[in-house]
Design a protein around this ligand. Structure first.
Ligand code: BG6
Length: 461
């Protein structure tokens, strides 16, 4: 076999509570910012489809876990919904939620699938947002309590925990670029949200360590390597600042327990530093992780700005760079994102060389396709050879990283079944399994069969 992976390599896929469970206001669950935003502005959501219309994992989880088995999975990531487990945000857990997550974890165990559990995947409870969301220190405390409750309830069954999924996304979406609630545009507030998220992360890690449970804790970051247009110093500087703002602002505190000095200096120079309190630095230092989840979709290509910044304009990351469309870059024709497989290797080499070769795994990678039903074959199965090629090519670069000493322990596709997504709803289909939304029927795509074989054989030719 040409590409053989290490024993115990994690083959699987990822999902999240809000995107798959459905039952968004049932079983005692309280609303999240998404339920609220959908009610307020349904037109922001593709075809006005909101978070209640999913593949119904809350109801169908047993059948879905059987499908995961058919997909050859030995591991699977999903999240616990804070607003389901603790509907008031703080206080007693909801017994229906405890029963649901217990049953789901038992079912995974029965099928021999290792659960990877994330504690926050963009789904801020509305009750917590009303307190200020991540701008509020009270919410940090509340989140740490929720994390501790989850560890105590499920720590016997879960050995891989993640505090956050892509914490930069609520910062960008909610406070910089207007695609998540509370849809404001304000860099200083964005910086506070980013900073408080990492304090919350560190507090959860600290609670986990205090409990002394047998397992690992980490965070999932969407690392987007920043490539400069040229080796000209101005382009190199632009790429460096983009890297500091979008990657190292989370990667350094998570792995090294502190922020990069250059980032702190930059924000200080522009008077954008969030307020710190005594004890913050020690808390951050206690938040170092055991395992890093890496979500990788596409790189960031940047160049020096071609026009001077208007100093009267609101401070934004783009004060320091412009985006650059590299001629000849390979695009996903079905979703408009660049495909650059080598990015996965570059990330792993960076972790090896600059982050102590921290154990990692690819926690998301995937190909969104609009209008995927047009690729159905005569028998009705989606013939997604493009996705097979995409996964295979990324795995080949991952494999090269392994052969050069990187500690990457697995690969999870986004996602196992076509799912609801933040305002895009069902526009971009990513799953190994096709979901027919109205009838709720499921059908494994060709890529799912390919992956099952690769997983069972632990490699491919
Ligand atoms: C990832 C998120 O960044 O991208 C997922 O973790 C999300 O939650 C995925 O669904 C794809 O995004 P979209 O908008 O194309 O569905």
């Amino acid at each position: 076999m040409q590409y053989r992976f290490p024993e115990q390599f994690w083959w699987g896929s990822a999902s999240s509570a809000a995107q798959a469970e459905g039952a968004s206001l049932q079983g005692g669950k309280a609303p999240t910012i998404w339920d609220h935003w959908f009610e307020q502005s349904p037109n922001r959501f593709h075809q006005q489809i909101g978070p209640a219309q999913t593949s119904g994992f809350y109801e169908h989880f047993r059948d879905d876990i059987r499908l995961l088995k058919q997909l050859g999975h030995n591991s699977f990531r999903t999240s616990i919904a804070w607003s389901r487990l603790i509907p008031a945000g703080r206080g007693e857990p909801n017994p229906q939620a405890v029963a649901f997550y217990d049953a789901m974890l038992d079912e995974l165990k029965a099928e021999g699938i290792e659960p990877f559990i994330c504690l926050f995947h963009f789904d801020m409870p509305m009750s917590m947002q009303a307190l200020g969301g991540w701008e509020s220190r009270e919410v940090i405390e509340a989140y740490a309590e929720f994390a501790e409750t989850s560890f105590r309830l499920f720590g016997g069954k879960v050995k891989h925990w993640f505090t956050f999924n892509e914490p930069i996304v609520p910062v960008e979406g909610g406070y910089l670029y207007d695609f998540h609630y509370p849809n404001v545009v304000d860099f200083r507030r964005a910086a506070t949200v980013a900073y408080h998220t990492m304090l919350a992360h560190a507090m959860a890690v600290q609670r986990y360590r205090e409990l002394g449970q047998d397992g690992q804790i980490g965070i999932i970051l969407n690392l987007t390597p920043s490539y400069p247009r040229s080796q000209h110093p101005a382009d190199l500087k632009a790429a460096k600042i983009a890297d500091l703002m979008f990657n190292r602002s989370f990667l350094d505190p998570a792995v090294k327990g502190e922020y990069p000095a250059e980032l702190v200096e930059l924000l200080r120079e522009y008077d954008q530093l969030p307020a710190c309190e005594p004890g913050d630095a020690a808390l951050l230092a206690a938040g170092k992780i055991d395992l890093l989840g890496v979500n990788y979709y596409q790189p960031r290509r940047v160049k020096a700005r071609s026009h001077a910044v208007n100093p009267a304009s609101p401070f934004m990351p783009e004060w320091f760079f412009d985006y650059y469309e590299m001629p000849g870059r390979k695009m996903n024709p079905h979703r408009g994102w660049e495909i650059y497989e080598q990015g996965i290797y570059d990330i792993l080499i960076n972790l090896r060389d600059h982050y102590g070769n921290i154990p990692s795994y690819i926690s998301e990678n995937g190909m969104g396709v609009e209008g995927e039903a047009r690729f159905k074959g005569e028998d009705g199965q989606i013939q997604d050879d493009y996705r097979i090629g995409f996964i295979r090519d990324h795995l080949i670069w991952l494999h090269k990283g392994l052969s050069e000493g990187c500690q990457c322990r697995g690969y999870h596709l986004w996602t196992f079944i076509d799912n609801w997504s933040w305002s895009n709803a069902y526009k971009n289909r990513y799953g190994f399994i096709e979901l027919e939304l109205e009838s709720q029927t499921r059908r494994i795509k060709k890529s799912g069969q390919w992956f099952a074989t690769a997983a069972r054989e632990n490699g491919f030719d």
